[in-house]
Design a protein around this ligand. Structure first.
Ligand SMILES: [Zn+2]
Length: 106
């Protein structure tokens, strides 16, 4: 479900337990929804809490590595998988469990 809220950072869609939060929803198309559904799959296989812990931990590591917020975000393994396959609408039915692990690299 897509929820429009001013609490979401501008230009981003936050996935909170399957709720897609965005300040402006006009740019959210089926590819963005597919990207978020990939995050849904990642969250489910990590029982949600572990997903958010690992996400924040890796973001901090990437922030130290890249010293650039956007680059750090784009290189989180969960985001690498979601951005690599967001435009492939046939990806999710064939996705292997824990596929994001293949994107966990320096
Ligand atoms: Zn994402």
């Amino acid at each position: 479900m897509i929820v429009r809220t001013r609490f979401a950072p501008k230009g981003y869609c936050l996935n909170l337990f399957g709720l897609y939060l965005a300040r402006d929803t006009s740019w959210i198309d089926r590819y963005v929804v597919n990207h978020e559904r990939i995050h849904d799959a990642q969250q489910r296989e990590l029982l949600y809490v572990a997903f958010y812990l690992l996400y924040v931990l890796e973001w901090i590591v990437r922030l130290v590595q890249y010293r650039h917020r956007r680059k750090a975000y784009r290189n989180i393994s969960f985001e690498r998988e979601a951005y690599s396959h967001g435009r492939d609408l046939s990806y999710l039915p064939h996705r292997r469990r824990y596929a994001w692990l293949r994107y966990l690299r320096p």
